[in-house]
Design a protein around this ligand. Structure first.
Ligand code: NAD
Length: 336
C-alpha cells in the first residue's frame, strides 16, 4: 500500500478521491490544515503528499518532505506556482499535476460572475427576499455587441472565447504563443496585450502565474483600460496588483471587477472567517465596493471537474511507484 498524506482536505475532496480510488491501493491520511514548512512533519510515513492551490511547497517544506522520505508531490490542480520545482528536484521529489480537468467549469464560472455583476443578480436576489421589488440601481448592459479581451488562449481562455462568441460579442485575444489557425476558425481577433486593454469592454484573465505574469495588471495596465471596463480574474490572484486595482476602483475608472482569486487568498479562501472578521484590509476594502464581486476560488467546483481531478490524481499516485516517474520531473498525468 502506498501511503498518501492529503492536505487542505474539504469534504468534497475526500468523497471524490475515495470514489475514484478503485483498486489503486492507496492509504490516505486526510489533513484539514494546509501543507507548509511548519506542517510538513505530518507527512512522516507517507511516500506521497497530495496538495492544492494554497498549500505552500517552498524550499524549506520540500527539504523536510525529502528528509522524511516523501518522493512524490501529487498536485490536485493545474497550476504549479505554489511549488518550488527546482527545490523539489534537489530533494529527489517528483511533482505531478492535473493539467486539464474541466476548462468549461472555470470559463463558465467567469461568465457567471460577469453576468451576476453586470445584471446585479446578487443585489436583486437579496432585494426580492425582503419583498423589495424595486429596480432602481439594477441597470446593466447587453453583452451582445461588446468587445471582450481574452488574455491567455489556452484551454480555459478558448472556452471563455467560445462562450462570449455565443453571446454575440466581438472577441479579441492575446497570448505569448498566439494560434492564428484557432483564432481564425473561432472568429477571434488576435491582438497585443496593450490593444486588448485599450479596446476591450471586458478583460478576462486566463494566463498562469509566472514571473512574467506577476502583476500583469498593474497601475499602468489599469490606466490603459477603457473607462468603465469590467475585469474578470478566475486565474491567479497575483496576476493583479491589488493596491493598483483599489486605486482604479476608488477613482471610479472600472465598471466592475469579478474575482474568483485574490492576491493574498492563502489562509483566507476556503475557510470560514465569519466569527472573527477579516484581518486582510485590502480584501475588506475590495469587498466594500458595490461593483466588486468575489468568490472564494470556486471556479473549478463542478461535479465533472472534481471527478476528473480525482481520477487523474489517483492515476498519478498509483503510477508513482519505482520507475513510474523520474524524480524532479513534472509529469502531466493521464489527462487524455
Ligand atoms: P493553459 O496552460 O491551457 O493556458 C495558458 C495560456 O496562457 C497558454 O496559451 C500560454 O501560452 C498563455 N500564456 C502564458 N504566459 C503568458 C504571458 N506572459 N502572456 C500571455 N499569454 C501567456 O492553462 P489553462 O488550463 O487555460 O489555465 C489557465 C490558468 O487558470 C491556470 O494556470 C490556473 O492558474 C487558472 N485556473 C484557475 C482555476 C480556478 O478554480 N479559479 C482552475 C483551474 C485553473
Amino acid at each position: 500500500m502506498r501511503n498518501v498524506s492529503f492536505y487542505d482536505t474539504k469534504p468534497y475532496d475526500r468523497e471524490y478521491m475515495l470514489a475514484a480510488e478503485g483498486a489503486a491501493g492507496l492509504g490516505w491520511t486526510f489533513h484539514e490544515f494546509r501543507l507548509t514548512a511548519g506542517t510538513a512533519s505530518t507527512a512522516a510515513g507517507s511516500e506521497a503528499v497530495c496538495a492544492f492551490v494554497n498549500d505552500r511547497l517552498d524550499r524549506a517544506c520540500l527539504r523536510s518532505l525529502g528528509a522524511l522520505g516523501v518522493r512524490h508531490v501529487a498536485l490536485r490542480c493545474a497550476g504549479t506556482n505554489q511549488v518550488d520545482l527546482a527545490a523539489a528536484s534537489e530533494a529527489g521529489i517528483a511533482v505531478t499535476r492535473v493539467p486539464a480537468y474541466s476548462p468549461h467549469a472555470v470559463a463558465e464560472h467567469g461568465v457567471a460572475l460577469l453576468l451576476t455583476l453586470n445584471r446585479r443578480i446578487h443585489r436583486a436576489f437579496n432585494r426580492v427576499r425582503e419583498f423589495n421589488f424595486s429596480l432602481a440601481g439594477l441597470v446593466g448592459f447587453d453583452l451582445h455587441g461588446k468587445t471582450v479581451g481574452i488574455v491567455g488562449t489556452g484551454k480555459i481562455g478558448r472556452c471563455a472565447a467560445q462562450i462570449f462568441r455565443g453571446f454575440g460579442c466581438r472577441v479579441m485575444a492575446c497570448d505569448i504563443a498566439p494560434d492564428a489557425a484557432w483564432a481564425l476558425a473561432s472568429g477571434v481577433e488576435l491582438a497585443s496585450m496593450a490593444e486588448v486593454l485599450e479596446r476591450a469592454d471586458v478583460v478576462s484573465l486566463h494566463v498562469p502565474l509566472t514571473r512574467e505574469t506577476h502583476h500583469l495588471l498593474d497601475a499602468a495596465a489599469f490606466a490603459r483600460m477603457k473607462p468603465g471596463a469590467f475585469l474578470v480574474n478566475t486565474s491567479r490572484g497575483k496576476l493583479v496588483d491589488t493596491r493598483a486595482l483599489l486605486a482604479a476602483l476608488k477613482e471610479g475608472r472600472l465598471g466592475g471587477v469579478a474575482l474568483d482569486v485574490y492576491e493574498e487568498e492563502e489562509g483566507i479562501f476556503f475557510e470560514d472567517h465569519s466569527q472573527h472578521g477579516l484581518r486582510d484590509d485590502d480584501l475588506a476594502r475590495l469587498l466594500s465596493f458595490p461593483n466588486v464581486l468575489v468568490t472564494s476560488h470556486q471556479a473549478f467546483l463542478t461535479r465533472e471537474a472534481l471527478s476528473e481531478i480525482a481520477r487523474v490524481t489517483v492515476s498519478n499516485l498509483a503510477g508513482g511507484g519505482p520507475g513510474g516517474w523520474l524524480p524532479g520531473t513534472l509529469v502531466g498525468g493521464s489527462a487524455a
